[in-house]
Design a protein around this ligand. Structure first.
Ligand SMILES: *[C@@H]1O[C@H](CO)[C@@H](O)[C@H](O)[C@H]1NC(C)=O
Ligand SMILES: *[C@@H]1O[C@H](CO)[C@@H](O)[C@H](O)[C@H]1NC(C)=O
Length: 320
């Protein structure tokens, strides 16, 4: 079931008419061309996203966003120290809601599936969950979609937070557009090199004790070598290198994901490599953020087992 709240086009029109500063400062990109192609290839979107030229286009768009974020690194606020960002710049970003209240982020990976953190789904029944897509605003715009089923990774451990990944299947089949697009999952086994810039986005808190934001935020953060991460303020034993990786910085007040961003995307080179999982406080300094490692074989195989089924059911013959 789909509930139209207010069209994203109306909203962006009102932003355009408003304060030119806001227009200036909201990060934007144009996925329109890719959206048309994705829509035409939605029956086998995983293969589509895997095509070399499509990967390159995602990568170029990602580089553009990154260069804007890096250029503005001195700006002082959001995600923690993020930037106002149009949904058009990260059109896979979803706001996950439980009984109408925003609880987490998620990412679109096929026309029917979204990926999030396991801990976002733990105590919820699918009938309580909806996702808002296609809006830069947390609580209005875009469209709301009901969740049909959700799945938590079988090896998710609520205590250790290992394998913190979950999947949601929608009743509806999404129509891709400039503001609703899938993102390609990282290939199994791909290693994340230290010091690589990644983009995280969400509507989480701006500060550790602050409230969530109404307008979507994004920021860039570098990946951190496991050795260095385990030497940080995070307890050494709490980091499982096979299913987690770290990103952020050791400087106080540097960008980080914060509460409310959980389950949201961490994108590197135009590919979804991580899910925002956990941290201690936000941007405290010696605690980088911890992300679910989607390239881990146990995670990657499980995800493909589920999202592949959709292809099989619709006669696409996707391998399990
Ligand atoms: C971010 O967006 C909000 C909501 O439109 C606005 O109030 C705020 O001024 C914007 N901030 C910047 C730095 O553009
Ligand atoms: C986005 O690109 C398309 C062509 O791919 C163009 O028609 C459209 O006007 C662009 N939209 C914006 C807002 O720049």
């Amino acid at each position: 079931m789909i509930t139209t709240i207010l069209s994203a086009a109306l909203l962006s029109a009102s932003i355009l008419k408003g304060d030119p500063d806001v227009l200036d400062q909201t990060l934007d990109l144009n996925y329109t061309g890719l959206a048309g192609q994705a829509e035409l290839n939605k029956n086998d979107v995983l293969s589509f996203l895997n095509q070399r030229d499509i990967r390159e286009q995602y990568q170029i768009l990602h580089e553009t966003l990154l260069s804007k974020l890096v250029a503005e690194a001195d700006s002082t606020r959001r995600i923690v120290r993020g930037r106002n960002t149009s949904i058009a710049a990260v059109p896979w970003q979803a706001s996950l809601r439980r009984r109408g209240r925003p609880i987490c982020g998620a990412s679109v990976i096929t026309p029917q599936w979204l990926i999030t953190a396991a801990h976002c789904l733990l105590s919820a029944r699918p009938s309580e969950l909806t996702v808002r897509l296609g809006s830069s605003w947390k609580s209005h715009g875009g469209q709301l979609y009901d969740v049909k089923e959700c799945f938590v990774h079988p090896r998710y451990n609520a205590h250790s937070k290992q394998h913190d990944v979950g999947l949601m299947q929608l009743y509806a089949t999404l129509r891709f557009s400039a503001s609703v697009m899938p993102i390609r999952l990282v290939d199994e086994g791909i290693r994340i090199l230290a010091g690589r810039p990644a983009v995280v986005s969400g509507w989480g808190r701006l500060q550790e004790k602050g409230t969530g934001t109404q307008f979507l935020q994004s920021t860039w953060i570098p990946s951190i070598a496991m050795k260095q991460c385990r030497r940080s303020g995070l307890a050494r034993s709490s980091i499982d290198p096979s299913s987690m990786f770290c990103a952020g910085s050791f400087e106080h007040g540097s960008p980080d994901a914060c509460q409310g961003d959980s389950g949201g995307p961490m994108v590197m080179d135009g590919v979804l490599v991580g899910v925002v999982s956990w941290g201690l406080g936000c941007a405290r300094g010696n605690f980088p953020g911890v992300y679910t490692r989607l390239a881990q074989p146990a995670v990657s195989a499980w995800v493909h087992q589920h999202i592949g089924r959709q292809g099989a059911a619709s006669g696409q013959g996707e391998e399990l």
